[in-house]
Design a binder for this molecule. Structure first.
Ligand code: MF3
Ligand code: CO
Ligand code: CO
Length: 274
């Protein structure tokens, strides 16, 4: 059985199997963290062009977060030493920024998580580098639509399975594969908390959604099969069949009648073309 606990009565910095239900101060904290995370991605738009290295983009992410009064949550997280993840082309997630320069035709996921006053804003978007082919663009569009269809199901009374099913059925209608090896997650004063947010599943299954739950939805969608392989660096996950992969992520909070998206772009830059 799923257990729920009022966040005010739980230990804020301990992960447990119970799902925290947050109050108004939690929503206020997540709004501020989510807003800064979205602004960081907004600020990258003019810089994600052929020739820039992923390491340079990582520096911009860190500087923008610090200037905005936040701290990069990934810096030092389980040994990760960068301020964001940048996942190119067949990289599914957790790509490590470095010397690689972006090339015309690349697709890039940039995933940022910032801590503001103890609250986590976690969001990612796809960027199209220069002239991108129609197949890549279509994958990016469908992946964004998968995220938003999942978010549409995020309301009290529905279950995690309803969210998952909306994502999976839309992706598979386009003959794409939904990654199973990585999930969304609860978050708040912790980066990764209960529950696990799967992106493939059956309607009516899994934990019921209740007001005050905070979690991410972050589907990874492959042109080919769902399988992934880890590279030797211990972080980078790539598609097993080397097909392209895309991902978008928002942090949301369940309200009385639906959900609030904490990481929406105030500039309307949630999806390409930017
Ligand atoms: N931001 C990622 C997520 O959506 C987690 C990255 S952890 C890192 O959960 F260590 F790889 F950066
Ligand atoms: Co996340
Ligand atoms: Co993320």
């Amino acid at each position: 059985m799923t257990e729920y606990v009022l966040a005010s009565e739980a230990s804020a910095h301990t992960r447990s199997h119970a799902i925290k239900l947050h109050g108004p101060d939690g929503f206020e904290g997540m709004r501020r963290a989510g807003r800064l995370a979205a602004e960081v991605l907004d600020a990258l738009v003019p810089h994600v062009v052929p020739g820039v290295t992923t390491g340079e983009l990582d520096d911009m992410v860190r500087e923008h977060m610090l200037r905005g009064g936040g701290i990069p949550a990934t810096l030092g997280y389980r040994g990760f030493t960068h301020s964001c993840c940048i996942s190119l082309n067949h990289v599914v997630c957790h790509g490590i920024p470095g010397d690689r320069a972006l090339k015309d035709g690349d697709i890039a996921n940039i995933d940022v998580t910032v801590i503001v006053d103890g609250w986590h804003g976690d969001t990612s978007r796809m960027f199209l580098v220069g002239d991108v082919g129609i197949k890549s663009k279509r994958l990016v569009d469908v992946t964004y639509e998968c995220l938003m269809l999942g978010i549409e199901q995020a309301k009290p009374g529905n279950t995690m399975g309803d969210v998952a099913h909306a994502i999976q059925s839309y992706a598979e209608k386009h003959r794409y594969g939904v990654v199973r090896d990585f999930c969304g997650h609860g978050l708040g004063q912790l980066f990764h908390d209960a529950p696990e947010v799967v992106h493939a599943g059956r309607p009516g299954t899994g934990p019921e959604l209740k007001p005050g739950m905070f979690f991410t939805i972050e589907p990874m969608i492959n042109i080919g099969k769902p399988g992934v392989k880890m590279l030797d660096d211990g972080w980078t996950a790539v598609t097993r069949d080397r097909t392209l992969s895309a991902q978008f992520e928002h942090s949301i909070g369940i309200t009385e009648d639906g959900c609030e998206i904490f990481t929406k772009s105030l500039k309307g830059l949630d999806r390409p073309p930017y």
